[in-house]
Each structure stands twice: as C-alpha cells, then as structure tokens.
Ligand binder design. Structure first.
Ligand code: ATP
Ligand code: MG
Length: 393
C-alpha cells in the first residue's frame, strides 16, 4: 500500500496505554527515545515527536518506508502507519482518501471500507466521523474499479484520524511487536546458547520491557568456536532491537565442568548441567543487579525439560527462572525465530560433541540430582561466573 504524500509516521503504543497517567508519560518518553535510537542506528533522517498519546516521525518521502519499519521494530509499538497530513477539513480529507484509492487501485483487493476517528470535543469539527466515512467512502468508490464496500472484513481500509490541528490519512497499519518500551522493567539475565529457542526467549522478555544481560556458557569440546559464533551472532540480531542498550555477552568458561560431568555423571548429567547453569546465571545476576533468569526451555521439549525435571533443577537458584516459551510448540518457536530474524544464525551447524547421555533421566527429584552431582558443583559455578569475560557483539 502506498500513501501519496506521506511524510509522517503515526505510531500507536501497545500496553503503555493501560498505565496510569504518570507512568504512561514516563513510558511514552522512553518509547520515543527508543524509536529515535533505532532510527539513528539505521541512518534514517527522521524527527521523532511525542504528541498526545501518539508518537510521530517526520521524514522525507523516500525515507518514510524505512522510518515506518524502524518504528514497527520497536518494543512497545502496537502499529505504525505512513500517513499524509492534511488540514482537518472535510474537503482536503476526502481528496486525500480519493488520491490514496487511486494510487492503490491495483492492490486494494475486492472490498474496502473507510474508517474515520475524530479526537477532541464533539464541536471540535463541523462534521462527524460518519460524515467523513460516508463522503470519503463515496470518493473512494468513484476512484476504484468495480469496488464493493465491506464494513466487517474489508480487504483494504482507508483511514482518517482527525485531530484539532491536522488530519492523518493512511491505508496501512504495519504491526509492531507490542509490549512495553525496553528499559521500563528491571534487567534480566538471559541464558543464550544460540540455538533456536533461547534468542526467542530473550526477545520475548525484551518485548515486555526488560533489558537483558546475555550469558553464554563456553562448553569446551561440547561447544567450540562455531557454537560460540552462533550464540554471538544471535545476540547481535537481538542487539538490533536495542541499539541504546548494553548487549555485551558474559562468556563463562564451563569446559572443565562439562568434562567432569561427562566422566562422572550418568543419566542425570543434563540436569546437573542445568543446575550449574542456573547457578552461574544467578551469580551474574547479582553482579549486574538483574532480578531474574531467562531460558528457552519449554515443558517436555527435551528430556531435561519434563515438568518433573524442571521442578527438580529449578531449585538451584533463588532468583525466579523465567521461561517465556514454556507452553510453546517447537514449530511456533521456529516461526517466531524467523520473524524476529534470529533463525538463520541459530541454525549454523555447531559441529560439537554431544553431552547428553544415551538414557537420560526424565523423572528426577531434587534428591536424585543432588546425589548425582559433584559436591563442589556450586563452588565451581561461582568460580566460573567470576572468570566470565565480557564480549562485545
Ligand atoms: P536453544 O534452547 O537455545 O535452542 P538448545 O535447544 O541447544 O538451545 P537446550 O538444551 O534446549 O538448548 O537448553 C535449554 C536452555 O538452556 C536454552 O534455551 C538456554 O536458555 C540454556 N542454555 C543451554 N546451553 C547453554 C549455553 N551453552 N549457554 C547459555 N545458555 C544455555
Ligand atoms: Mg531448546
């Protein structure tokens, strides 16, 4: 869809709107800053302005599309529309609707509707929304070839948002991620292995406003350079959504522990590894003032993730372990990974040894795991966390 004369992007926020006045204002400021950061990061020349409960981007015609994409990639944004701005009068609005119909005559499908919203008091304009819809609808009807009106499920919706000082005319609503502006919640440590799941899990909490501190466990023979590259590349993708945040990865040496577990621990090996991992994450969290741990685990996805095993391993950490993918099927997770752009890097072959035992425990209790693990597991976790290096992506 093309909006002739579009020089403004109309941005709608998502859950920011359900907040009380003061919190909402604070969140809108943050959202504005985050949109601006992404716009700058992409080298787009746009001015970002906060107005009423909307955010506007002003840009030249040739950058409107990119500016719309930038807004639609910002956490907290519900949708973004490239819009033409016209005086808040019936004539110019109806003309703009007709131009929009003409420009998109080949792409509108079979049915259309005109939707108008007026903001402000009843007497703010000498016409009603219904007037705009009726007269705008007639003008669009004339501009299209053999059109049909469908008010319930139209192929194309021509929209007007009429304010006191100006009216916005648009045909497209590009969906954003939704959620809350990044930085509006406390930090979380995200365990990122670079597989398909963990980057999606990290993205999901970022969407709810929590900045992440990515942690990667370097697994020696069970990991290796390609495994590590995969993790770093996926974090780099995530960092595109957060150019104004610190996305450096805490890389934790865990090769020795993995060797030890491969030698000494049988069926409960993966569960001991999980307890070690949570414990490491907890140490990092305390250090960086994060309030929880995020993983890409889902109930039953792997033997280490049966409901019983999650119960047995989670007690290694006092901080809450957040699992945003808990109930998701792999196919849905994979689709999300494609949408957010982490899938390709997640599927680089890592070519490392397999750490999982042949007959893994699926029905563990805390007692079983504790009995299987080295006595000094938690000391080793503390030491590994202390030896973490900080890697720029
Ligand atoms: P992913 O779950 O990311 O696709 P995976 O399937 O190889 O990778 P799992 O065995 O399912 O990993 O691990 C469960 C979760 O544990 C991961 O989602 C991730 O949060 C965490 N995790 C596993 N290995 C590592 C690692 N080497 N570094 C950091 N986190 C890890
Ligand atoms: Mg997984």
């Amino acid at each position: 869809m093309r909006q002739p004369g579009a020089d403004t992007v109309l941005v709608r926020h998502a859950d920011v709107g359900v907040k009380s006045g003061k919190v909402q204002a604070e969140m809108e400021r943050r959202l504005r800053d985050n949109i601006e950061a992404i716009v700058r990061d992409r080298g787009i020349d746009a001015e970002v302005e906060r107005r009423w409960s909307r955010i506007l981007l002003h840009a030249d015609a040739d950058e409107i599309d990119a500016a719309t994409d930038a807004a639609a990639d910002t956490f907290g944004v519900r949708s973004a529309s490239p819009a033409a701005v016209v005086p808040p009068e019936k004539g110019p609005i109806v003309d703009a609707l007709a131009r929009s119909a003409e420009a998109n005559a080949d792409a509108t499908g079979d049915t259309f509707a005109v939707r108008a919203r007026r903001a402000g008091t009843a007497d703010a304009h000498p016409f009603t929304s219904e007037d705009l819809e009726r007269e705008g609808g007639a003008a669009v009807f004339d501009a299209l070839d053999d059109p049909e009106v469908d008010l319930t499920d139209p192929d194309t919706t021509f929209s007007v948002e009429c304010r006191a000082e100006e009216a916005f005319v648009f045909t497209e609503k590009r969906p954003g991620p939704g959620g809350l502006p990044l930085g509006s919640q406390a930090k979380l440590v995200a365990l990122v292995s670079g597989g398909i799941d963990s980057p999606v899990a990290a993205w999901e909490v970022m969407k709810r406003g929590a900045p992440i501190v990515p942690v990667y466990l370097e697994l020696g023979d069970y990991g290796g350079p390609d495994h590590e590259a995969r993790a770093m590349e996926t974090v780099r993708r995530l960092a595109d959504y957060a150019p104004n945040f610190d996305m450096r990865v805490r890389k934790v040496p865990a090769g020795d522990v993995m060797d030890l577990l491969a030698e000494e621990v049988g069926p409960a090996r993966m569960l001991v590894y999980r307890r070690f991992m949570y414990r490491v994450a907890e140490h990092v969290a305390r250090e960086v003032d994060a309030t929880g741990i995020v993983t890409g685990e889902a109930i039953g996805q792997k033997s280490s993730q049966t409901a019983r095993n999650l119960g047995a391993t989670s007690q290694a950490a006092d901080l809450p372990i957040h699992r945003p993918l808990l109930t998701m099927d792999k196919s849905a997770i994979t689709e999300r990974a494609r949408d957010i752009g982490t899938f390709r890097d997640s599927t680089i072959p890592a070519g490392c040894n397999r750490i999982a035992p042949d007959y893994p425990e699926t029905n563990a209790t805390l007692e079983i795991v504790e009995n299987a693990e080295p006595d000094d597991l938690f000391e080793r976790a503390a030491e590994a966390a202390e030896n973490a290096t900080v890697v720029d992506v």
